[in-house]
Design a protein around this ligand. Structure first.
Ligand code: T3D
Length: 262
């Protein structure tokens, strides 16, 4: 039975939770209730031992069209800097810091902060008709919600600058060529494909996955020496888990490991 909060659906199947932005008539544009529901969902899933991997997708033909521009006209809308600090930045921090992998099923256009949500996923699968669009400049804004940090690290500075300044969309095929998405599949298969990858991730050792995310986060800020030291520290922690012992035992016994997350 799906859980529903505002315009968000959360469905669990085994150790995989699928989170769906569900405002298809507005291309899943982000309202205050939707942003709050999404942050709450990530916080809940982070602490839920029964969930080991998450799929993020959108209902209908779009992944997410970014900030709901109609909502910006409401008299009680926060100034942009407050809105970003209060609602967008915590969301991106929650996703990047979540100790579980997030697989983005990019089912259609990902525009504005919707593109930022896609960039904050750990792995992205795109539908063949999907696109990434830094639409901010079209409404007189700058890319936010981590786009200016995440995108250059994902596709390189030159392509990120082109996308940010021209606001030209990047097709799914080009995103695959650049490595921004792992795979492009027919639109009808994108969620199932992402769920298959998430299920595979859910079968791996959860602590090792969490520590791998930690090692990769911020790698561009650290020197080689700092990164080597961080790897040593995190590997020390992974090495004390029962799952590491189980992995060796299973390898030597030529059986599949049963990782329990301890
Ligand atoms: O709080 C803050 O403002 C700061 C944070 C900012 C972060 C941001 O995300 S700023 C960028 C906001 N997003 C955009 O500027 C994208 C706006 N949307 C588009 O450019 C286009 O809709 C798309 C390129 C994404 C898709 O185009 P198309 O032709 O396939 O669809 P459409 O006809 O434009 O949209 C379909 C419906 O969705 C339409 O509603 P209607 O006329 O059928 O009732 C349209 O108004 C609605 N919609 C699409 N995007 C938004 C939206 N409604 C509200 N906000 C949207 N962002």
């Amino acid at each position: 039975m799906p859980e529903r909060r505002a315009d968000l659906r959360v469905e669990r199947a085994g150790a995989v939770a699928t989170v769906t932005l569900d405002r298809p008539d507005a291309l899943n544009a982000l309202t205050v209730p939707l942003k709050e529901a999404l942050l709450a969902a990530f916080q809940d899933l982070a602490g839920d031992d029964g969930v080991r991997a998450i799929v993020l997708t959108g209902a209908g033909r779009a992944f997410c069209a970014g900030q709901d521009l109609r909502e910006r006209l409401e008299p009680d809308a926060l100034p942009l800097d407050d809105e970003i600090r209060t609602r967008y930045n915590p969301l991106i921090r929650a996703m990047c810091g979540l100790p579980k992998p997030i697989v983005g099923a990019i089912n259609g256009v990902a525009a504005g902060a919707g593109a930022s949500l896609a960039f904050a996923c750990d792995v992205r699968i795109a539908a063949d008709g999907a696109s990434f669009l830094l639409a901010f400049g079209r409404v007189g804004l700058i890319p936010d919600s981590g786009a200016t940090w995440l995108l250059p690290r994902l596709v390189g500075g030159a392509k990120a600058a082109e996308m940010a300044l021209t606001t030209e969309p990047l097709s799914a095929a080009e995103a695959e060529r650049l490595g921004l998405v792992a795979r492009v599949v027919p639109a009808g298969d994108v969620v199932a494909e992402a769920q298959t990858i998430a299920a595979r991730l859910a079968g791996l050792a959860p602590t090792a996955l969490a520590l791998t995310k930690q090692a990769l986060a911020g790698t561009w800020q650290r020197s080689l020496d700092e990164q080597l030291e961080l790897e040593a520290e995190l590997q020390g922690r992974a090495g004390t888990t029962a799952d590491h012992a189980e992995g060796i035992d299973a390898f030597l016994a030529r059986r599949s490991p049963a990782f329990r997350g301890d």
